[in-house]
Design a protein around this ligand. Sequence first.
Ligand SMILES: Nc1ncnc2c1ncn2[C@@H]1O[C@H](COP(=O)(O)OP(=O)(O)OP(=O)(O)O)[C@@H](O)[C@H]1O
Ligand SMILES: Nc1ncnc2c1ncn2[C@@H]1O[C@H](COP(=O)(O)OP(=O)(O)OP(=O)(O)O)[C@@H](O)[C@H]1O
Ligand SMILES: [Mg+2]
Ligand SMILES: [Mg+2]
Lengths: 225, 225
Amino acid sequence: VIQAYGLEKRYSIGDSEVRALDAVSVQVRRGEMLAITGPSGSGKSTLMNILGCLDSPDAGTYLLDGDDVAKLSGDRLAAIRNRKIGFVFQNFNLLPRLSALENVELPLLYSAHRDAKTVARKALESVGLGNRLHHETNQLSGGQLQRVAIARAMVTNPAIILADEPTGNLDSHAGGEIMELFHSLNAQGRTIIIVTHDPSVARHCRGEVRISDGKIVATVRHNPV
Amino acid sequence: VIQAYGLEKRYSIGDSEVRALDAVSVQVRRGEMLAITGPSGSGKSTLMNILGCLDSPDAGTYLLDGDDVAKLSGDRLAAIRNRKIGFVFQNFNLLPRLSALENVELPLLYSAHRDAKTVARKALESVGLGNRLHHETNQLSGGQLQRVAIARAMVTNPAIILADEPTGNLDSHAGGEIMELFHSLNAQGRTIIIVTHDPSVARHCRGEVRISDGKIVATVRHNPV
Ligand SMILES: Nc1ncnc2c1ncn2[C@@H]1O[C@H](COP(=O)(O)OP(=O)(O)OP(=O)(O)O)[C@@H](O)[C@H]1O
Ligand SMILES: Nc1ncnc2c1ncn2[C@@H]1O[C@H](COP(=O)(O)OP(=O)(O)OP(=O)(O)O)[C@@H](O)[C@H]1O
Ligand SMILES: [Mg+2]
Ligand SMILES: [Mg+2]
């Protein structure tokens, strides 16, 4: 479902150049659960943003379900971001003045979903936040905010979930619950890509791609745990 | 150096009450390195904010170096926050339009420090960001932002460092380097309190306080690793 070839992403700061991605190629089959790992600053979020159609590479090709993403219209890309892909951001990207429930129903309001509040409530209950629905973002703990971001990414029933370090603020129990949730979403046929620093999260995934300094340095097959 | 007795913190949302802290008492000796652990939402950040003089409890007493914090003037509290305590925030709290270097030198500018840029640069080098000094916060990875927050907390040479989940966005190598840094700061006599979800970080600390649902449920002594 995802075919990326030769992705390049460069930044210039002053007179030095950062090669955030260097000739990166990734293939992900439909229904796969893949981990992306690597040191801090190695290019994982940069890759995820390109796969999530939030950013475009300086070179290389990205085919999503056979479409060349670089050739799609703005409208088509927006539709893909809203309905095909659910993105859990590393820094959550929640709206500060809104409650957990309001944040999670937001993607549904764009498509005038009839039961937005009910669907949003169930998503929050599935991440253990049924008793925090009306707390605003400044009234929630770091790990609760992370779980609101996870709930929001699931709520449009996306075919692809991209999760950028979804358990960094969670204790091992809450982290384990999130991995079970991802497993059940994957069992429904969704494609799941998880950036993680946690080896136990990576072990849960059938495949693992390791990135270092903007390059893919290894592709690993795990026996499922 | 830290003596807290019977701390209470309550919030009202709608008609329900959240007891974020419930009769919490903690004593920390000078030069100790202590971990605070517990599930997401259990009250760790709430406790850290009170210990860091950023928030006040609804009940209970907090003595810092023998002073009753509730009785100190606004000026005295500001001086303590700027010079005695270095705080690494769970959500970093960096200034968006500023570079890594500018963020880290900010606490030094308040006290008109003569060599602010040099001290800030060395702090960033000590967390592996010597080649990212001039990147602004939106040009840094999640783990790089976390390390900028750590550098900023060290730069005023504080006697007490409070770090709220300082390795959540770091791979195990970078996380290990941060723990070595904390160890060397502790060896210089500084008191270090680390909130963490990472058992390997907790094992590095001589003592561990476990919190659940706003209450302290265990105090553990580790043999040093
Ligand atoms: N807008 C930008 N301008 C300049 N450099 C950037 C920009 N965005 C990212 N970088 C650099 O590109 C590199 C890769 O960043 P990226 O966020 O993809 O890393 P990461 O693997 O997600 O790291 P982490 O595990 O710390 O989140 C980093 O070294 C970062 O400093
Ligand atoms: N301003 C507030 N209003 C209402 N409830 C709050 C407020 N701040 C925190 N809470 C609640 O108090 C509890 C403790 O929050 P705290 O941030 O201390 O948790 P934590 O242990 O740091 O969690 P995490 O590991 O997820 O960061 C949480 O359940 C949270 O929802
Ligand atoms: Mg990242
Ligand atoms: Mg917290």
